[in-house]
Design a protein around this ligand. Structure first.
Ligand SMILES: Nc1ncnc2c1ncn2[C@@H]1O[C@H](COP(=O)(O)OP(=O)(O)OP(=O)(O)O)[C@@H](O)[C@H]1O
Ligand SMILES: Nc1ccn([C@H]2C[C@H](O)[C@@H](COP(=O)(O)O)O2)c(=O)n1
Length: 242
């Protein structure tokens, strides 16, 4: 397959949405690295906002309190897929935002409209003229509805829980707990953003695919989109929503 011109790709916005643990970060970074694009993890920004709220003892059960401070933290995201970076008020929080306290609170913070308005504006500023893979929950539907390629990445709950459990170094006994936590977060997140494919998104089911196979499939979709042609969905095991 001929590659599109570098100019076309350099303006491309690739939106990757999907439920928790479906592989958005791993796939987005892999695709961005392969195609020479930037990378933005919007979930990390919601986590960074949540980290700041917890550090500053804001009551996360009180949406008005969260809203009042939504403009306070200075959040900066790096866009190198080889070294994703995130800082709050100048401090590197890449590790801290993955801790259980932030994971347990982030859905409540992300549901506050003032938080979303602030972070969506920041995301659009970073996206700029394009050349970027952006992952989250509302990228194709809200943040960048004009994205040149839209992917809804999914996988079965069992596969997502098993993969996350392996990542956390857990034994087989904790898969059920991981699955429950993941399902609970999806169900709260689903009230803020429907966890469903946006109009025009290609659905990629990663349940039976290796990470490398998913990156191949998504990179192919992006290249086809940049060439202005439709990929052969049937031969790639992907579906297009209209
Ligand atoms: N196709 C795959 N096969 C096997 N493991 C995978 C696959 N895709 C992702 N993984 C692994 O699954 C785990 C979750 O992936 P990742 O963090 O990329 O998901 P995510 O959708 O970004 O999650 P979250 O929304 O919670 O941030 C990681 O350990 C990753 O290496
Ligand atoms: N565009 C986005 C991205 C993320 N969120 C929320 C939902 C998640 O629970 C949380 C953390 O995201 P993750 O790091 O798990 O991908 O942030 C959102 O509402 N919109």
């Amino acid at each position: 397959m001929p590659l599109p011109s570098q100019h076309t790709l350099s303006r491309m916005v690739v939106a990757i949405d999907g439920p928790s643990g479906s592989g958005k970060s791993s796939v987005s970074r892999g695709v961005a690295a392969r195609l020479g694009l930037r990378y933005l993890d919007t979930g990390a920004q919601y986590r960074a906002m949540t980290y700041w709220m917890l550090q500053n003892k804001i009551d996360i059960a009180d949406p008005a309190a969260i809203a009042a401070d939504a403009g306070a933290p200075a959040i900066e995201s790096g866009t190198d897929p080889a070294a994703p970076a995130i800082s709050v008020d100048g401090h590197d929080v890449a590790v801290a935002i993955r801790e259980a306290d932030v994971t347990g609170a982030v859905s409540a913070v992300a549901a506050v409209p003032e938080v979303r308005a602030r972070l969506i504006a920041l995301q659009r500023q970073i996206i700029g003229i394009g050349g970027i893979v952006v992952e989250g929950r509302d990228i194709a539907s809200v943040v960048a509805p004009g994205a040149g390629a839209k992917i809804f990445l999914t996988a079965s709950e069992d596969a997502r829980a098993a993969r996350r459990n392996t990542e956390n170094g857990g034994g087989a006994g904790t898969v059920a707990a991981t699955r429950e936590a993941l399902t609970r977060r999806d169900s709260v997140d689903n009230r803020t953003n429907a966890l469903a494919a946006a109009s025009g998104a290609m659905v990629v089911d990663a349940t039976e695919l290796t990470l490398e196979q998913v990156i191949d499939q998504v990179a192919r979709i992006v290249i086809h989109a940049a060439q202005g042609s439709a990929p052969n969905a049937a031969s790639q095991g992907v579906g297009l929503t209209r």
